[in-house]
Design a protein around this ligand. Structure first.
Ligand code: FES
Ligand code: MG
Length: 588
């Protein structure tokens, strides 16, 4: 058999020009039972980038799935090599999991580049594990395929679906209003996590795994299969098999993750009601693969796409319902037939997106709506700018009817509202003062949080969705408009204006805001402004003193030094200079 392309791993294991190094490279990898013939035999070596561990319960299931990935790799004629990746648990990492996305990225890029791997299976799940791994695969550009771990089974509490995260925000309101006690609060929250898997809502995890599928980086149908279902293990097997084939076909991420693929992902995000973390994560992946993608593309390409998926937080159902209805392929088919998809975008199974989804059948119209009868007509991200920031994102699919009525449908001034700023210096300050009776917060306030961007927090905290003070919640005011330079959980139904860039820590407009200032938001004009004079603004800018940032770990210091803003993906900016590096082996 003639090989189309020399395997990368042969540089290590079968390089007659450098017998000494080859011997050294070879001998220790024989140590777990591999034979010389196997390693020299020209079989592709497929890495399994293992994200599961006890520290990352959302991905822990991959420790079991790896057995089936290995079977698939072996049956297709490859050699599996499993290795650990930097763990990220969204709900366990302090000060915030987002700090570690770039650490996972950088460490995985280093491993993929510098070890004898011909291809890799990326085991994704919890929020940042998916973008972190795709960013690494993008930089190195060796054949890569995503295996999602899958959402947990649906959670139930007293006959009602209890969704990850979403139930926390609800239970927190109930606790604040005094309708439940602390024990009931914890019981309610625990009910949303009934099995292995990642969040079962359309939070950041299910959104980003769906994005991986919409980009074409996983096999069709991969994202939605719940973690404990037998189909998940079957998908692991098929993914392992396919990982070997893509090496033979030299099907690299750069051939799949094109501008067209990103546009497909953006329209899918609107239809899914996906997380506000999708824009920064996808923009980061795009930068690492060298595709031009601007934060305003989310508005231009995706704003007028309707909401089709009835999943919390924008709707009622959870992961199991999404899967039974047909998952991402059905959503893509709706978009395809509406002419909103680049049908010819290549995917990792070697076929185009159009071919993959054209026969997908919806099995439950309660969960995935037809394009012409959507849940909402325009459900994309609005990207705002003004004196408060150069850009910030608002997720319109979660604007509740109450919010719409109160703020966006006022006669004479539709889609615009004004409020008085109450400014918090980070989440600690918010928690300390929100229930202070002296805080001048009322139903006409806009809650603003700053110091929570990628440099300020560091990592960009998920804190912008702030609950009003308990006394307002008790009066039935559960929601106030929120603005911030941090992020918010994908499981939150708050229509906050977030990811404000540049952040306050580097002197963005939010840094100049004072409690008591009037703020005007106009969604028609996509504007967000402080209602003070240009002179006053300039005066404040001149008087502004950068905050003193205190690091607790060396990584925090490094990240703060090199990280960019959320509008451009929150990347380590210097790292985007490294493009498609797999083949630079041995070149000084
Ligand atoms: Fe891990 Fe939501 S906390 S997926
Ligand atoms: Mg999150």
């Amino acid at each position: 058999m003639t090989e189309k392309k020399k395997l990368r791993s042969r540089e290590w294991f079968d390089n007659p020009h450098d017998p000494g190094m080859t011997a050294l490279y070879l001998e220790r990898y024989l140590n777990f039972g591999l034979t010389l013939a196997e390693l020299r035999g020209g079989k592709p070596i497929i890495g399994i980038a293992q994200s599961g561990s006890d520290l990352s319960p959302c991905n822990r299931h991959h420790l079991d799935l790896a057995t089936r990935i290995r079977d698939g790799i072996r049956d297709a004629g490859g050699i599996p090599m499993e290795f650990p990746t930097h763990p990220i648990q969204e709900t366990g990492k302090r000060p915030t999991a987002a700090l570690d996305r770039n650490l996972l990225y950088m460490t995985l890029a280093e491993l993929l580049y510098s070890y004898p791997l011909d291809g890799v299976v990326l085991t994704t799940g919890c929020d940042k594990t998916t973008p972190g791994m795709l960013m690494a695969a993008a930089t190195v550009d060796i054949p890569a395929i995503v295996l999602s771990g899958g959402p947990m089974l649906d959670g139930w509490y007293k006959g009602m679906r209890a969704g990850s995260g979403t139930v926390v925000w609800f239970a927190r309101q109930e606790l604040a209003a005094g309708r439940i006690n602390y024990d009931q609060f914890l019981e309610m929250v625990a009910s949303s996590a009934p099995s292995p898997g990642h969040c079962n809502t359309m939070g950041t995890a299910l959104s980003m795994n769906s994005m991986a599928e919409a980009l074409g980086m996983s096999l069709p149908g991969c994202a939605s299969i719940p973690a404990p279902y037998r189909e998940r293990a079957q998908m692991a097997y098929e993914t392992g098999r396919r990982a070997v084939e893509i090496v033979h076909e030299d099907l690299r991420p750069s051939k799949i993750m094109t501008r067209k693929a990103f546009e497909n992902a953006i329209v899918a995000a609107s239809a899914l009601g996906a997380s506000t973390n999708c824009p920064p994560h996808l923009n980061a992946i795009a930068r690492h693969i060298g595709v031009e993608l601007d934060v305003t593309d989310w508005d231009k390409v995706g704003y007028d796409i309707p909401l089709l998926v009835n999943l919390m937080p924008a709707g009622e159902y959870l992961g199991e319902g999404f899967h039974h209805a047909g998952g991402v392929p059905v959503v893509m088919r709706e978009l395809l037939e509406a002419g909103k998809l680049h049908a010819d975008a290549l995917t990792v199974n070697g076929k185009s997106m159009g071919e993959n989804v054209k026969t997908a059948v919806c099995e439950d119209r309660n969960v995935i709506k037809p394009y012409k009868q959507p849940m909402l007509p325009e459900a994309g991200f609005a990207v705002l700018s003004g004196s408060l920031f150069d850009s910030a994102v608002m997720k319109t699919s979660v604007v509740s009817p109450e919010f719409r009525k109160k703020y966006l449908e006022r006669p004479g001034d539709p889609n615009a509202f004004e409020g008085t700023a109450i400014v918090f210096e980070g989440p600690e300050d918010y928690h300390e003062r929100i229930n202070d009776p002296k805080l001048p917060v009322d139903e006409n306030s806009i809650l603003v949080i700053r110091g929570t961007g990628p440099i300020g927090y560091p990592g960009a905290a998920e804190v912008v969705n702030m609950l009003p003070p308990d006394r307002l919640v008790k009066q039935g005011i559960n929601l106030l408009p929120c603005i911030g330079d941090g992020r918010q959980s994908g499981t939150s139904g708050s229509p906050s204006i977030l990811n404000a860039s540049p952040e306050s820590a580097v002197g963005g407009g939010l840094a100049l805001l004072q409690t008591g200032d009037r703020i005007r938001i106009d969604l028609n004009k996509r504007s967000a402004d402080i209602m003070i004079s240009a002179e006053e603004l300039e005066k404040r800018r001149k008087a502004w003193v950068p905050p003193k940032l205190v690091n607790q770990t060396p990584w925090q210091e490094l990240q703060r030094k090199y990280v960019g803003q959320l509008s451009t993906g929150g990347c380590l900016d210097f790292a985007t200079d490294y493009q498609k590096i797999a083949e630079t082996f041995g070149v000084p």
